[in-house]
Every structure is written in C-alpha cells, then in structure tokens.
Design a protein around this ligand. Structure first.
Ligand code: ATP
Ligand code: MG
Length: 408
C-alpha cells in the first residue's frame, strides 16, 4: 500500500540554528514515539517517515504520528518512478483504494528534477485529463477542490499523495527545557500538562493522594491519566505519587478549617519543589484557573505560591471551563478525569475555603505544626514512582530506594 509518510512541520518562529535543533529533535521524537518502527529522513523542508521492513502504514501508525508534537500535517504517500504512466497509474490506484469516485479534484505537480521531461504545468493538464477519463463522476475545480492531488518529482524521491491530515503542531518535546506538572485527578491539570508538552517542555508528574481513604483506585485513575499523556511523549514519563495523609492530618489538627486548603497547597508546593530539584525541573505547572473555585482567587494564589521560589506556570489561567472540557475530550483524558475517585484535596476540602488570606497569618499557623518539615520529607521518601512509556507502565519503585539526581 503506502510507501512512506510525508511530514510537514511549521518553521514559523524557528530560524537558523534553532531550526536545525527543531528538526533534529522532531526526527528523533518521531522515531522514539513510534518505538523505532520507522526511519526518518529530511528532504527539502519535509521529513519523510519510512516504515521498517514488514511494518505497514496503517491507521494505527498515522494515529501515533498525529500525537508527535511539532508535526503540522501528515500525508501517506506512494513512491513513483520518473515515468508518466507510472505516475498516472499510481494516482488512479490511490483514488480507487480510498474510494474517491465522485467530487472535485485538482492536480498540483511540482518538478524540481529538471531531467524529468514534462513541465509541472503540462503534467497538471495531462494528468487532469487522464483522471477525468478514468473517473466519470470526478470534475476539476482549481480553486476549492475536495481532493488536492500532489505530485512531487524530486531528485532524491518522487511520490504522489492527496491526504493531508492536520496534526497539533507545537514544538517537539524536549526543545524547551523541563518542568513538573502537579497532576490531580481533575479535568484541568491533564490539559495543562498537555498544553505545556506541546510547547516543547519535557515533563514529569507529581500527584498527592490520601491513603487509605483514597488509595488503590485513586492511583489507578492517576496512572490512567499519565498513560494517556505518555502517548504524546517520546521519553520515559515519570509519575511521582506522594502519600499526603499525615501532612493533612497535622494541618487538620490546627482546627483552622477555612485555611487548611491553602496550607495543604503550600505544603504540596514545598514537597514538589524538593522533587523538582531531584528531577532537574525548572518550573512547576498547575491546572489553576482564575476564579473557577473559591480557592483560586488572586489573593489565595499569591499566598500559595509564596511557599516556593520556583516559577509556577498556569497555562489555563484565563481559559473558559467549556474550552478546557473540549480539549480534554480531544486529547482523551476527559473520560478518565470524570471517574469518581477523589484525589487528596477533594477528600479534605473545607466547607468554606478562605478567599482572603494573608501570608503572615498562614505562616504563624504553619509554625504551630512543629514537625511539618519531617512530615513533608517522610511523604516524599514514601512516594511511589511509576515509569510510563507509550501508554504502559514499564517500572515502579519507592522514591527513597533510588533517591539521587534523575536526569531523564
Ligand atoms: P483540576 O481539574 O486539575 O483538579 P481544579 O479546577 O479542580 O483543577 P483544584 O482542585 O483547586 O482545581 O486544583 C488546582 C491545581 O492544583 C490542580 O490543577 C493541580 O495542578 C494542583 N493540585 C490540586 N490537587 C492536587 C493533588 N492532589 N495532586 C497534585 N496536584 C494537585
Ligand atoms: Mg481538582
């Protein structure tokens, strides 16, 4: 069937040296995300993906390619000989194979190999006529054709294709540094993770849960989310799941219910910042959204982020909830996010979180918990670490077993 896939990518905003980096990362990521089942080659501003022996270019492969960030569109193509009849026959075969029997088309030929005797203009005309003769329900429309049939006659490679499957574009993962996503079981944080991956960030995930009141099922849900995200990720995706119950109990003991959510969030940030050092992350990412819930007011965000010096990215801050929901459905995390199992925060949610809070007041309360630092360190050391690749868990261990710098 198809011989290879032609990849278009957008170089907008990438020039000179950056463009070279963009291209080499993209090629590398394509190979990794498709589990080394393909070889790639760069030809005149396109990347050509060749399947390795016996591997078919099918829906599954195209679906995997669609998830590689940096790709603008993909087109399964057929190689042609530099021979008019071969070109014509392969176009006819391509249209029949795809059940294109009626509608409008246009031939768009490009000949950069001048040793081929027919000029692009004449090739368009001649092929157009032959296609019209072959399919009596097809007509030509040069302005808005339903099927734009591309013919490329190049020195290195000549081919035909007509499909142009739009992809997500963005930057190749790894082109923009590394950060940690604070991944709850909700709808927002997986979308925030996806959004920043698409901007080229390498990511790992940090989640807090409260065993035993929410244990196995919460872990299952969190891992389902990171499995889904890992489909867009060419490297090993590390997910740190941190038991938060003891910290939460200590905060609860203070009996300052309306501030407990803010204190929990501050504690989460302190623990996550420690982990960020361990993983070489330069920033934390959250799914926060201004004003969506009472705890997400500007004042509370200021009080919460004061707990760390790290840069906090909030890619969804100004989004409409409906748009976030739509996105989560598109990337496939929605159905997992709406599973009923609670992440730690919901389980301990105070009835009326404070909407105005002050750093000094909060710090005084925190100081009343003598061993907060120890509790936080214990939580970190008891974290479960899962390594996920292409939708499957490939390894897991407890954090303290392998503590040390993790550069992956
Ligand atoms: P989400 O849909 O991501 O849960 P939300 O709108 O429900 O977001 P909150 O529950 O207030 O908002 O959480 C705000 C952000 O704080 C989350 O998007 C997430 O980044 C982080 N967060 C909250 N709870 C946890 C948790 N248990 N583990 C890790 N991060 C968390
Ligand atoms: Mg939530």
């Amino acid at each position: 069937m198809y011989d290879f896939v032609v990849i278009k990518y957008s170089e907008i905003g990438t020039k000179g040296k950056n463009r070279k980096i963009f291209e080499s990362k993209l090629m590398n990521n394509i190979v990794l995300q498709l589990n080394h089942s393909v070889k790639v080659k760069k030809i005149y501003g396109r990347i050509i993906v060749f399947p390795k022996d016996n591997i078919k270019i099918d829906k599954k492969m195209l679906y995997s390619l669609k998830k590689v960030f940096g790709i603008k569109s993909i087109s399964p193509a057929i190689e042609v000989e530099k021979d008019y009849n071969d070109i014509k026959n392969k176009i006819i075969w391509l249209l029949k194979e795809n059940h294109v029997e009626s509608g409008t088309f246009k031939i768009d030929a490009r000949r950069t190999d001048k040793s081929f005797p027919i000029r692009s203009f004449d090739l368009n005309k001649k092929l157009g006529e032959d296609i019209l003769n072959e399919f009596n329900k097809l007509t030509v429309d040069v302005h808005k054709p339903e099927y734009l049939i591309k013919v490329e006659i190049r020195q290195e490679l000549s081919f035909v294709y007509f499909e142009n499957i739009e992809c997500f574009a963005g930057y190749p993962v790894g082109a923009g540094g590394k950060a940690s996503i604070m991944l709850s079981g909700g709808i927002d944080s997986p979308v925030a993770a996806w959004t920043m991956m698409k901007r080229g960030l390498k990511l790992n995930a940090i989640s807090f849960y409260s065993p035993p009141s929410n244990g196995e099922k919460t872990i299952f849900k969190l891992l389902e989310l990171s499995k889904k995200l890992s489909e867009f990720y060419p490297f090993n995706f590390y997910h740190y799941i941190i038991p938060f119950t003891e910290v939460q109990m200590a905060i609860k003991k203070l009996k300052k219910d309306s501030y407990s959510l803010i204190m929990q969030r501050r504690s989460m940030l302190r623990i996550a910042s420690k982990l960020a050092w361990h993983t070489g992350s330069a920033a934390l990412i959250t799914g926060e959204n201004l004003g969506q819930v009472a705890s997400q007011t500007l004042e509370n965000m200021i009080t919460i982020s004061e707990a760390t010096d790290m840069l906090i990215l909030r890619p969804l801050i100004g989004y409409e909830k409906l748009d976030i929901v739509r996105k989560s459905k598109e990337i496939g995390t929605y159905d997992i996010s709406i599973l009923p199992y609670k992440d730690s925060c919901v389980a301990f949610l105070p009835k009326s979180p404070a909407t105005k809070s002050f750093v000094d007041k909060i710090k005084l309360m925190e100081n009343k918990i003598e061993d907060i630092k120890t509790l936080e360190l214990n939580a970190l050391n008891n974290s479960l670490v899962y390594i996920i690749k292409n939708g499957s868990i490939i390894d897991n261990y407890v954090f303290s077993e392998k503590e040390g710098l993790n550069n992956e």
